[in-house]
Design a binder for this molecule. Structure first.
Ligand code: PLP
Length: 411
């Protein structure tokens, strides 16, 4: 393993973005898989350091000085997350990540109503939501409605609203899709559901730090975040939970986190998450301008490859996501050829890498079957040179594969 520090790109205002090194087995690899996970930011690692050095101690539930110190660090992080989201600290509950936050929100809100009930979700949700809803349906007698999406991967808010029944306990719709980057109409759906008194859970794991999230307008009942998607540590996340709600806990134990999420608090992770959340909001502009411009340049170059089409919505998409279908080539052969050329991207979501099965999101939008579908997700450290290298590598690898050769990634 070597550390390959990546030069910070100059921002529009001429300032340098925070340096984020990407640790890679390939020193000059171009990491374009930020939707899978992001490099830990230097200032986040620094904030966590006192809590992960030898001898660090403190259970945030202990009453002595070490415990109080840990509690103060946790509450400071809670305040930072609350400020980053525009909610009150009471509404911020720490979890082990996005998967747990999604499970807790959906199962908890369903179970709080007793046996039965109904859930509405969409066909392009992350497995953390879809599998949860399917499990409730198959093992708990909960009714479920899964609303489809249009060919751009966008859900129609009217269809979601029409699916609501008198016994609907929760509606779960993601803020932005992890594969296609399509942004969902939470701005319309959120207020409409809130006015009807139907709890909305928003999986904002991919949207947070990439696009503004006006929660005072969205008015969600619950919302999930995951620190490793915004340059924080892996294994820690947030369930934002409206203060008047008391979902049934998934984990039973010591009653931490408003009695919703038992378990000794992960102080180092939570401190890192707090620093990362603050940093993510401060970098929103960079995503909206610099990263978006580089993503557009990458898309232009990729779409210039013969028989290549854009997946996902052209405008309502995350600023760092480029997702394309390239006709007549095998996705895995292309991905591995690009990997050998030092370009790291994804064929669908990380959770599905390695699985031969086609992604449910591609099925939901009716994506072409005769194409390799690749997702490139940029970060603030992605440079113009990285973009140029990626376009050249894809063009070369596709040409080789189409002429029947192996994609060795060129010289
Ligand atoms: N929701 C979405 C939209 C995601 O993209 C992911 C991870 O890829 C998750 C939930 C799960 O988050 P975590 O990795 O923290 O469990």
């Amino acid at each position: 393993m070597v550390w390959a520090p990546i030069a910070p790109p100059a921002t529009r205002r001429g300032q340098a973005a925070t340096v984020v090194g990407v640790m890679s087995t390939t020193p000059d690899a171009v990491y374009l898989d930020h939707a899978a996970t992001t490099p830990l930011a230097a200032e986040v690692a620094e904030a966590m350091a006192p809590w992960i050095t030898a001898g660090a101690v403190g259970n945030a539930s202990s009453l002595h000085a070490a415990g109080r110190r840990a509690r103060a660090a946790v509450e400071d992080a809670r305040d930072r997350v609350a400020a980053a989201l525009g909610v009150t600290p009471l509404e911020v509950l720490f979890t082990s990540g996005g998967t747990e936050a999604d499970n807790q929100a959906i199962k908890g809100l369903v179970w709080a109503g007793g046996a039965g009930g109904h859930v509405v979700t969409t066909a392009i949700e992350h497995h953390a939501v879809l599998e949860t809803v399917e499990w409730l349906r198959d093992h708990q007698g909960v009714k479920a409605t899964v609303v489809g999406v249009d060919p751009d991967g966008a859900v129609d808010p009217d269809e979601v609203l029409a699916a609501v029944q008198p016994d609907t306990r929760v509606v779960s719709v993601m803020a932005a899709n992890n594969e296609l980057g399509t942004i969902q109409p939470i701005d319309v759906l959120g207020p409409a559901l809130a006015d009807r008194g139907v709890p909305l859970h928003v999986d904002a794991v991919q949207a947070f730090g990439k696009v503004p999230m006006p929660l005072e307008e969205w008015r969600p009942a619950a919302l999930a975040l995951s620190a490793h998607k915004f340059n924080g540590p892996t294994g820690v996340g947030v369930l934002v939970l409206r203060r008047d709600l008391q979902p049934h806990p998934v984990l039973h134990g010591g009653g931490q986190e408003r009695g919703v999420r038992s378990g000794t608090l992960n102080v180092a992770g939570i401190v890192g998450l707090g620093a990362a959340a603050e940093r993510a909001v401060a970098h929103l502009d960079t995503f909206g301008t610099v990263v978006r411009a580089r993503r557009d340049a990458l898309l232009d170059g990729l779409l210039a490859v013969d028989d290549t089409t854009l997946n996902g919505h052209a405008e309502r998409r995350l600023p760092h996501n480029a997702h394309v279908g390239i006709g007549g080539v095998d996705a895995e052969a292309l991905l591995m050829g690009l990997d050998r050329a030092g370009i790291q991207c994804s064929t669908g979501s990380a959770c599905q890498s390695g699985a031969a099965q086609r992604s449910h999101v591609l099925d939901a939008i009716g994506a072409r079957e005769d194409a390799a579908h690749l997702r490139f997700t940029l970060g603030p450290e992605t440079s113009d040179d990285d973009v140029a290298r990626t376009i050249a590598a894809v063009t070369d690898a596709v040409a080789r594969l189409r002429t029947g050769g192996t994609s060795n990634g060129g010289s």
